[in-house]
Design a protein around this ligand. Structure first.
Ligand SMILES: [Zn+2]
Length: 348
């Protein structure tokens, strides 16, 4: 099979002929039809230690057709269309059983990092990671839903707890996760203030339903947010960028009782600066603030997200489609922060 393969940390991917994966009794073999391309995969490739062995095939927002099932597989059938959960989990520990798979106490890493992923014609997935795609949802939309739309579902619903009448500031609102976060926050009933850098991204955020936009180049975020909220601040801040500057600006933008949700990651090994930020505990206490981590989703939340896509309550925003051998060009756009919305590859 053809695959885009990584031969070492930070190296460009190369199109290589690889053996089609063999599956174990609890795995399914999927013919890949689409795979999302986002910042996570670019960071994974650049972060030492995250990829466990080389050569490795990255890609973790996969959609395709099941063409073979292991002997112990019971819940997935040949011919079924599936997408995937990104984390390799035990399914047995306290956190897995509580539906918090991303906190698994016996984690085995991630698809596309600890095992080969979806930048290939075929991928082997554990049965537990395969999630059925509803009829009427395309492969590309399902691939993007499994991460770039599901992640906002969890962040808005479970962490920011957005409801009708709430206000939210989304930092990084024009990116691949951000454009879906704007839509999800609107679906929850919130007033959305979208912040990003550059006209294209803000225009896209606005077209997704943002009530107000702030260009981070022209305004100090807390001042701009206070000006829009009669000095009160917002009920929640969802920070998809999560640098020291944005996190501290986010804290200062919160209303009394506000929730700061960290969803982005800027590892020092990739960005060269420590993202650690300062909280004044007295102010934090007196203002009744909350700090939340929003780490991806559980499998049930992916199914919920796919249902929202099927019902057209959320529109997947894929701004560019690439062929398998052109994935490196997509990565380069992401590295230069030159993309609005999500990118994806398609294999016909
Ligand atoms: Zn577990």
């Amino acid at each position: 099979m053809k695959a885009m393969v990584l031969h070492g940390p930070g190296q460009p991917l190369k199109l290589v002929e690889m053996p089609t994966p063999t599956i174990g009794p609890a795995d399914v073999l999927v013919r890949v039809r689409a795979c999302g391309i986002g910042l996570t995969v670019v960071n994974l490739i650049a972060t030492p230690g995250r990829i466990t062995a080389y050569p490795r095939i990255p890609g973790h927002e996969i959609a395709g057709d099941v063409i073979e099932c292991g002997s112990a597989v019971r819940t997935v059938k040949v011919g079924q269309r599936v997408t995937n959960h990104f984390y390799l989990t035990c399914g047995q520990c306290k956190q897995c059983r509580a539906g918090r798979e991303t906190l698994c106490l016996s984690p085995r890493g991630n698809i596309g990092a600890a095992t080969d992923g979806g930048y290939a014609e075929y991928v082997a997935l554990p049965e537990r990671n395969a999630i059925a795609i509803p009829e009427g949802v395309s492969y590309v939309d399902a691939a993007v839903a499994s991460d770039a739309i599901a992640t906002p579902y969890h962040a808005c619903h479970k962490e920011a707890r957005l409801g009708p009448g709430d206000s939210v500031l989304i930092i990084g609102a024009g990116g691949g996760v951000g454009v879906h976060m704007v839509q999800m926050a609107k679906l929850c009933g919130a007033r959305v203030v979208a912040a990003d850098i550059g006209e294209d991204k803000l225009k896209l955020a606005k077209s997704m339903g943002a009530d107000e936009v702030i260009d981070g180049r022209n305004a100090k975020l807390p001042d701009a947010v206070k000006a829009l909220t009669d000095g009160a601040g917002v009920d929640a801040v969802i920070d998809i960028v999560a640098s020291r500057a944005t996190l501290e600006a986010g804290l200062q933008s919160l209303a009394i009782g506000g929730r700061l949700v960290i969803i982005g990651a800027q590892p020092k090994s990739v960005y060269g600066v420590n993202p650690g930020f300062t909280i004044n505990p007295i102010e934090f206490l007196h203002r009744g603030l909350e700090l939340h981590s929003s780490r991806y989703v559980n499998a049930a939340e992916i199914a919920q997200t796919l249902e929202l896509v099927r019902l057209k309550r959320i529109k997947p925003v894929v701004t560019q489609i690439f062929s398998l051998d052109d994935v490196e060009a997509a990565h380069e756009l992401i590295r230069r922060n030159a993309t609005a919305g999500r990118l994806a590859l398609e294999i016909n």
